[in-house]
Design a protein around this ligand. Structure first.
Ligand SMILES: [Zn+2]
Length: 277
């Protein structure tokens, strides 16, 4: 994609315009992996940009239109499970592509994945089991027998920064890949307020009670840089780790300690950089 096009807002839509759309960008998923080129194209992007996805040579299911930016149209497609990428392309998880795709494209990839995932799981009516049709104008499937509409599921989630003065908490889930830490996040349960969700997740994840839950309208992203690549993050049976970090002048320093291991104590220096604000 060209970089000027990235500056324009993406115009979301459900139904593709008629006629020749020219070269389109495709968000193609196999499972939760996105198809990207190994090298950046001349137009700066790594997503397939072709007139028709047939040119890629990987079998795919129903494409879904996403919208356009500066006249460049985007679609998402679900690849067949056994489809092999061409030699100059590869499949990567979205998290690995964070910082590789520009931010707008990364967000769109997340949206595209949710649409593909919804499509995979709503072939049949959830009420009567009849094969569901696509709605003509909305992002929905509709049962031709009982009329039930199924929209892509939105799952409210909360993420929270727990701080004490200029220190804050990072935790590590035992399922995380090596080297990954996160502030606390989780899905909101049915009937729960967002604040109740925050308090419950924190209680469940790290066993502390919090007060003064407030919304932060800004967005802050911190990238954590392990001190050395040899550091054995998450060694042993640790299911949860916690860090207290200090933020000053946009950089972080602090120590990281294993909590629920019970045997080994971890204590690592951490540094970080503020990546956006
Ligand atoms: Zn039905």
């Amino acid at each position: 994609m060209n970089w000027d096009a990235l500056q324009a807002p993406f115009e979301h839509a459900v139904v593709a315009p008629e006629g020749d759309l020219g070269e389109c960008i495709f968000f193609a998923f196999q499972g939760d992996l996105l198809l990207v080129s190994k090298e950046r194209h001349d137009h700066g992007g790594i997503l397939p940009r072709v007139r028709s996805f047939d040119e890629i040579g990987m079998p795919f299911r129903e494409p879904h239109y996403l919208g356009s930016r500066s006249g460049v149209h985007s679609f998402t497609v679900d690849l067949e499970d056994d489809a092999k990428p061409p030699a100059d392309m590869a499949l990567h998880g979205l998290r690995m592509l964070y910082g590789v795709l520009d931010e707008t494209t990364f967000q769109l990839a997340g949206r595209a994945f949710q649409i593909v995932n919804w499509d995979r799981t709503h072939h049949f009516c959830g009420r009567c089991g009849t094969a569901a049709d696509y709605h003509k104008s909305d992002r929905a499937r509709q049962c031709p027998r009982c009329g039930l509409l199924s929209f892509p599921r939105v799952s409210p989630a909360v993420i929270t920064l727990i701080h004490r003065g200029d220190e804050f908490v990072l935790a590590r889930n035992g399922r995380f890949p090596k080297g990954r830490y996160s502030i606390i996040a989780g899905f909101v349960e049915a009937g729960e307020t967002l604040e109740e969700g925050v308090a419950r997740e924190i209680r469940e994840e790290i066993g502390i009670e919090v007060t003064d839950i407030t919304f932060d309208a800004g967005t802050l992203t911190y990238r954590y840089i392990p001190p050395t690549s040899q550091t054995n993050w998450g060694k042993g049976t640790t299911s949860s780790m916690i860090a207290l970090l200090r933020v000053k002048d946009g950089t972080m320093t602090g120590t990281l300690s294993g909590l629920s291991d019970g045997e080994t104590s971890y204590d690592y220096a951490l540094t970080g950089e503020r990546t956006s604000s």
